[in-house]
Structure formats: structure tokens, C-alpha cells
Design a protein around this ligand. Structure first.
Ligand SMILES: Cc1cc2nc3c(=O)[nH]c(=O)nc-3n(C[C@H](O)[C@H](O)[C@H](O)COP(=O)(O)OP(=O)(O)OC[C@H]3O[C@@H](n4cnc5c(N)ncnc54)[C@H](O)[C@@H]3O)c2cc1C
Length: 758
């Protein structure tokens, strides 16, 4: 430790009693127990910006800030693209044939995707790209996903973390000028290869390597470059890629680039036509037949200027990847997940009104209504979080913690939503074929869950692990001070952060207790109306979260990293606070529609209850029981107060999905709705109207013919009998027959020849 200096008043800083008795012992203690941060950890933590996560960690979110931020919107050009080329692409897609017959998108679709600039959404106009906003990008992926997941994945990957993004952010001018126009025109198909057989979640440990060397290249002697050896798998678009973005570890034993021998993870751009590149074999990702496969190379020489950013960026690959991850993670998979929710809301909701069992639409049974309410609530929440996050990106944020939150939570919501939808469809969900609306989304769930950071890891390691250091108002400063040289300056920095931290802790403890005792009614919120109470409760729970997060960190210190059951629950609480924020924002941004109130209430009540249960679980499992008892007293002095949304509220939410309405349209806005009545989604929309029109007639027929034998001809026989007995008129019979024909079209499932030849 450096010798102490004297302060302006002449006394030594270390003579100050607080520094001497509190700050210095704590500083030395933490310095001893805090493990040094690896470069990969540091890069991950430094990446991106702190945004609303910082407010939630503060324990006192500034609601005004988020409520007054303008909602995102699409420009005229972007809306035109969604309504035009995106719609046309959806019309061109035959998801069944591409997955079961062709195992690829047809050539005409590939051509259309390239020509219309689907692969250049993020490339600036000066290079011939679309330069669309994150929100537009999200809308585009979402809409395509409601038609074909394989096509959505094909479009989203080049616009996500990959060569395009990396060249844009870090490429040399030569790389930008050469590759970006080619990528924009679809002359290059990019892929990005990080994952190796031995390094999946722990991507920082890739064994793929490159040695800096000089060799003969294209007839020239002594060309400075890298000799690469790698083996990658699961690489999306890999089998058809012309441009391979490759991550590997770079070594410079001959010191051709500088002093360092081990430079770290580096990224390069390799044309796949380069001799020695093995690419083209395919994996089969659960019958979603987008291009995905392994690739490898042994002793492949590449000139040094193929490194992204040239030699100057050698060794900066991990930082580059971490910095760009937030964008992709915030957009693609949240959009795909929300698409599945919208499809379920509109089509499975409609199906529940159309499909009849026990002489009633299945959507009228309370058991089915529970599933419908969950589908509607989750979709409302996903759409809110998707748009709020994309809008934040468009305002210049790179919210790394929030991006992990939306990736993890929205793909999990997709999982539960699609599972509920499959239950409602019964056999019609199970038998694959062109008529099946959810089977493909069901198969896509594990893909969304696994890619861009598998969910278990994202939940238990990344969200809170990164959040606690990055979004907490004091911990980052404390760690920085501890990791610095130990000078008086760093001690002063630590002291300032420590004092602030203590005040923050006390304030959260007090506010958490006081607001819990008074049911949050004294929390001042600028809001009035239906949202006010939710803001108040969320403020209380934010203070409780900040308190319990601090207590967990104090009790577990750096071992919290391994205590994933604790950090996972903290991640869930932080996630729910963010999702509730998004839902409140959405409700207000959409003009506080009365019809959407059941959705808002259902989601908010479900969220408050979930936060409470996660906190309860956390308190029951914290070590040092007396501390946990005190924490429980501060957080739940009157016990647990929130309950699940009531059955009545659940039925009101389910009802939104069972008939055409503005609320249902808002929920499913942005999905592709075909006009062709041969398509199941269109058939359901059409049948729903016809069935609702004839429902009162149907009820009359059932009522009046109860107990009367009308033969074996099902509904057709009943209609004839009802006309004959003058229970209904000919016109009413006609309406009923139209509805019945539409119903029988919708409930059909596909069958095939014995050998499944199409
Ligand atoms: C269809 C598809 C497309 C893909 N596209 C690409 C691509 O284009 N480019 C690319 O580079 N990669 C791609 N990937 C790879 C993807 O990013 C990896 O699959 C992912 O990182 C997980 O690695 P893994 O499959 O090896 O799982 P593993 O790392 O073996 O993990 C298995 C399980 O263990 C959990 N786990 C691991 N470590 C921890 C921990 N510390 N704490 C808690 N849980 C943990 C994980 O969450 C997961 O549930 C793709 C994968 C698939 C399936």
C-alpha cells in the first residue's frame, strides 16, 4: 500500500477516525477477499450502458423519467417496408414445404430477401443499407416469425451480432467500403462463428487459435498474417455463408505485432472460398430448417488485414462481442418470442371459441380460460418489454443487463405461452402439417432458449451478476477503488462510495419497512388513475429489492457467483420489476384504454405476486438465519400481501381473446394475417365472425331440441330438425350452416399418404 499523504488541513487522511476505524479495515478486508476480475469478466461488465436497471437498483425509481419518454414509432419508410416487402415475403413463404420438403427457403425467397435488403437492416444508407431503427428491425423479425420461424431466423442473424455489426463498429475503412455494400446487396451471406464443441456457454474459453506468422501468400513472400486452426458448431447460416466471421485466440510467439505473446480473443473475416475452410455440412435444429451447421479449418493462413479492425484490434474480440451483444439480444429473440405470443392470442384464442366440446366453445370452460389468460397476459407483457427495450436502443442506450433480462424472460414467456396454446389446441397442435399453427413455434422454443446465452446461465449468472456490479449505484465504484493501487486517492474514493452505500442501505431498509406497513399508500407518484397503485407497490418492492440485494452481497460476497439459486431469484425480481415498468408504460402510451385494463391489472397483479414469492424464497434460503429474520421483518412486516390475479379477472382477460375487438387487435398487432382463406390463420379469423354471428341460433337449437332424438347426422341433422319444427327460420339455418362449414374447416387436421410422400 502506498504511504499516506497529508490532507490540506495538514492531518493525514488515515488519521481521520472514520477512515482509520471503518473505511481502512473494510478496504483491506475487501481487497483480501475480492478475487481479481479476469479480462473477459471485466469486458462483459464494462460493456453497454446502465439505463432503467440503474433506477430499479436505486430503490427509488424515477417514474417521471420513463413515463415522460416518448413512445417509439416507425418512420414512414419503415412502416412502408413492414406493410410492403415484409408482407410480400410472408405471402411467398410456405413454411410446411420449406421445413418438410425443400429443407431450405426456395431460391425465389432467397432472391427476394437479398434484393429487398432484408439482410441490410442495420447497414447505413451510405453503404446501400436500410439503416432501420431497432424498433423497425424488431417489427420485421416479429412479423416474419408469425409466418415462418426459419425465415425469421434467416433474416435476423445477419442483422444481429455478426460480421455486419462488427465491421460497422470496428472495421477498418477498407473493410467497411468493401464489405458493407456487398452485404447490403446480399452479395455476401454472413455468419458468425464463436461456439466450439468444447466451449458453449463458456465462450471465453474457445480452444480455436491463430498464430501470427509470415508466409508466402498469393505469390508474395513474407506476408504478415495469421495461421488459423478451428472447429465450430451450431453456426447459423454457416452452410451457405460466403463470409465467415470467426472468433479465435490469437498468439504472437514471434512478437511480430508487439510485446505480448497471448493477445486474447480476436475476430477475423474469412471468405469461405479460402482454401482449407471446411463449411457446408448441416445440423437439423428441431425441424426448423434454417441453415445451421459446423465448420472448421486447419492451418489456414489469412493476411493480417482480415482481422476485424486490422492488427490494431488484435486481442479486442471479446470486448467487441460483449459491446455488440446488447443490441442483438434486445431485438431478435424478444421479437420472435412476442411473435409466438401474438399468433397464440389471435389464432388459438379464436380456435377456443370455434372448437366446441360438450356443446360449448372450449374457451368457455374455466380450465381453458386459465390458459387463455396466461397467454394474453404474457403476450401483453412481452410486447411491452419488446417495444420499450427497442425504443431505448433507438435512443442510444446499450442496456446490457436489460438485454439479458428481455432475452431470458421473453423466451421463457414464449415457452409457457406456446405450451398453453398447445394444450388448448389438443390434437390439432400435435399433428404437424400446413394446418398446424403452433407446432413449429413449439419446436422453436428450445432454440430461442439456448442461443445468445442459454437461459439457465443468463438467469443465474448474468442478469444479477452483471447487474449488481454494473447497475448498483455504489458497488462498481467500490470494486474499482479496491482494485486500484491502494493510494489515498483510491481510499478516498472507496470512503465516498462506502458512505453513500451505507446511506442507501439505511434508506432502503427504512422505506421498505415503512411502505410495507402502510401498503405503499404514502409513496408519492405523479400518476393518477388506474396505474397509480401499481407504481406505488413497485416503488416499495424496488426498495425491498435493493435492500435484499445488498444483504445477499454482504452475506455471500464473491461466493454469490456460485450461489445461483440466490442470484437467480434476484435476477427474477429485477426482471419482474422491469417487465412491470414496461407494461405500465405501454398501457399509458396506448392512451390508457379501458378495454385493456383487465390485461394491465392481470399482468401487474401477477408480477407483484411473483416478486413477493421470489423474495420469500430468497429470505427462506439466505444463510445466517438471524439476518434473514430481520430482513423479513423489514420487507414483510405484515406478512405476504399480494395474491394472484382473481379468477374473475382471469376470465375477463380470457374473454379478450374469444371475440374480435380492438383490444384483441392491439394484442396481435404486427403479426402476419394472410388474406388467403386457405391459410389456417385466415380461416380462424373468418370462422370466428361467422360462428359468433350464429351462436345465439345455435344456443336456441340446443335448448329447444334438448332430449329430442334428431338422428345421427350431428349438427346438420339438428339444423334440419330445427327448421322442420320451426324453431329457427330458413335464414337462421343458413347462417348456422355457414358457421358450421367454417368450423369444420378450422378443426380439420392434416393427414398424409402412408409413406408421407408429399
Ligand atoms: C440453433 C442454434 C443456432 C446457433 N447459432 C450460433 C451462431 O450463429 N454462432 C455461434 O457462435 N453460436 C451459435 N449457437 C450456439 C449457442 O450460442 C450455444 O448453443 C449456447 O451458447 C449454449 O452452448 P451449448 O449448447 O454448448 O450449451 P452448454 O454450454 O453445454 O450448456 C448446457 C446447459 O448448461 C447451462 N450452463 C452452462 N454453464 C452454466 C453456469 N455457469 N451456470 C448455470 N447454467 C449453466 C446452460 O444454461 C445450458 O442450459 C447456436 C446454437 C443453436 C442451437
Amino acid at each position: 500500500m502506498k504511504p499516506s499523504t497529508t490532507t490540506e488541513s495538514g492531518s493525514s487522511l488515515r488519521d481521520n477516525w472514520r477512515i482509520k476505524w471503518i473505511t481502512l479495515p473494510l478496504f483491506n478486508f475487501f481487497k483480501r477477499i475480492t478475487p481479481p476480475m479476469s479480462d473477459t469478466e471485466k469486458d462483459a461488465i464494462d460493456a453497454g450502458t446502465v439505463w432503467w436497471d440503474g433506477e430499479l437498483f436505486s430503490g427509488k425509481p424515477n417514474w417521471k423519467k420513463i413515463r415522460q419518454s416518448k413512445p417509439g414509432y416507425l418512420s414512414e419508410e419503415e412502416q412502408g417496408f413492414v406493410d410492403g416487402p415484409v408482407n410480400t415475403l410472408c405471402e411467398m413463404l410456405n413454411d410446411w414445404e420449406l421445413n418438410h420438403k425443400d429443407f431450405d427457403l426456395p431460391d425465389s425467397v432467397w432472391q427476394y430477401i437479398k434484393e429487398q435488403g432484408f439482410l441490410s437492416l442495420i447497414i447505413p444508407k451510405e453503404y446501400g443499407g436500410k439503416d432501420f431503427s431497432a424498433l423497425a428491425h424488431s417489427e420485421i423479425v416479429m412479423k416474419i416469425s408469425t409466418r415462418s420461424v426459419a425465415a425469421a431466423v434467416t433474416v435476423m442473424v445477419p442483422n444481429s451480432l455478426g460480421p455486419g455489426k462488427l465491421i460497422l463498429e470496428y472495421g477498418t475503412n477498407e473493410q467497411k467500403n468493401y464489405y458493407l455494400p456487398r452485404l447490403a446487396k446480399g452479395e455476401e451471406i454472413p455468419c458468425f462463428a464463436l461456439t466450439s464443441p468444447d466451449a458453449g456457454s463458456d465462450a471465453g474459453s474457445i480452444p480455436d487459435f491463430g498464430i501470427v506468422c509470415k508466409q508466402n501468400y498469393n505469390g508474395e513472400d513474407d506476408v504478415l498474417g495469421v495461421r488459423l486452426t478451428w472447429e465450430k458448431r451450431y453456426i447459423t447460416l454457416g452452410p451457405v455463408a460466403t463470409l465467415l466471421g470467426l472468433a479465435f485466440k490469437l498468439y504472437d510467439p514471434g512478437h511480430l505485432l508487439g510485446d505480448k505473446e497471448s493477445l486474447g480473443i480476436t475476430c477475423a473475416l474469412i471468405p469461405t472460398s479460402t482454401p482449407g475452410v471446411n463449411i457446408g455440412r448441416r445440423h437439423q435444429p428441431l425441424n426448423i430448417m434454417f441453415m445451421n451447421g459446423p465448420n472448421s479449418g486447419k492451418d489456414v493462413f489469412i493476411p493480417i488485414d482480415w482481422l476485424i479492425g486490422g492488427a490494431a484490434r488484435a486481442g479486442q474480440g471479446w470486448r467487441m462481442l460483449m459491446e455488440c451483444l446488447a443490441d442483438g439480444r434486445s431485438i431478435s429473440l424478444p421479437a420472435l418470442s412476442t411473435g409466438a405470443g401474438k399468433l397464440a392470442c389471435r389464432s388459438v384464442g379464436g380456435y377456443a371459441r370455434i372448437r366446441r366440446q360438450f356443446k360449448l366453445p372450449i374457451g368457455r370452460f374455466e380450465g381453458v380460460q386459465e390458459a387463455l389468460a396466461r397467454i394474453a397476459g404474457a403476450t401483453y407483457k412481452m410486447d411491452a418489454a419488446r417495444t420499450l427495450t427497442a425504443t431505448a436502443l433507438d435512443r442510444g442506450e446499450k442496456p446490457s443487463v436489460i438485454s439479458a433480462i428481455v432475452k431470458y424472460n421473453l423466451t421463457e414467456s414464449m415457452r409457457s405461452t406456446v405450451n398453453d396454446a398447445m394444450d388448448i389446441l389438443g390434437g390439432a397442435g400435435i399433428c404437424l402439417g400446413p394446418q398446424n399453427i403452433m407446432g413449429r413455434a413449439y419446436q422453436a422454443i428450445p432454440i430461442s432458449i439456448t442461443v445468445e446465452g442459454a437461459n439457465i446461465l443468463t438467469r443465474s449468472m448474468i442478469v444479477f451478476g452483471q447487474g449488481a456490479v454494473r447497475s448498483h449505484p455504489y458497488i462498481f465504484q467500490e470494486i474499482e477503488a479496491i482494485n486500484s493501487d491502494g493510494s489515498d486517492e483510491s481510499l478516498k474514493k472507496f470512503d465516498r462510495a462506502l458512505i453513500g452505500h451505507m446511506g442507501y442501505f439505511m434508506s432502503n431498509a427504512y422505506r421498505s419497512f415503512y411502505h410495507a406497513l402502510t401498503s405503499s399508500i404514502f409513496v408519492f407518484i405523479g400518476a393518477t388513475g388506474k396505474t397509480r397503485r401499481y407504481y406505488q407497490h413497485l416503488t416499495r418492492l424496488s426498495a425491498a429489492f435493493a435492500l435484499i440485494a445488498d444483504i445477499s452481497i454482504m452475506l455471500l460476497g464473491s461466493s454469490l457467483k456460485r450461489k445461483e439459486k440466490i442470484s437467480g431469484r434476484l435476477a427474477d425480481i429485477l426482471s419482474q420489476l422491469y417487465l412491470a415498468t414496461a407494461v405500465l408504460k405501454r398501457f399509458e402510451d396506448q392512451g390508457s384504454q379501458k378495454d385493456d385494463l383487465p390485461l394491465l391489472r392481470w399482468v401487474c397483479e401477477d408480477t407483484l405476486f411473483t416478486i413477493q414469492e421470489k423474495m420469500d424464497g430468497l429470505l427462506s434460503n439466505l444463510p445466517v438465519r438471524p439476518v434473514s429474520w430481520i430482513a423479513r421483518l423489514l420487507i414483510f412486516p405484515l406478512g405476504r400481501q399480494f395474491s394472484r390475479p382473481s379468477d374473475k379477472l382471469g376470465s375477463a382477460v380470457a374473454e379478450i381473446l374469444l371475440s374480435p375487438s380492438k383490444s384483441r387487435d392491439r394484442l396481435s398487432k404486427g403479426m402476419y394475417i394472410p388474406e388467403d382463406l386457405q391459410q389456417q390463420v385466415a380461416k380462424i379469423d373468418d370462422a370466428l365472425v361467422k360462428i359468433i354471428t350464429a351462436e345465439h341460433i345455435e344456443r336456441k337449437v340446443y335448448r329447444e331440441l334438448r332430449g329430442i332424438d334428431v338422428g345421427f347426422n350431428g349438427m346438420a341433422g339438428m339444423i334440419d330438425a330445427a327448421v322442420e319444427k320451426e324453431i329457427i327460420t330458413q335464414d337462421e339455418a343458413k347462417l348456422l350452416r355457414i358457421a358450421e362449414t367454417a368450423r369444420s374447416e378450422v378443426i380439420k387436421v392434416d393427414d398424409f399418404s402412408f409413406d408421407f410422400k408429399i
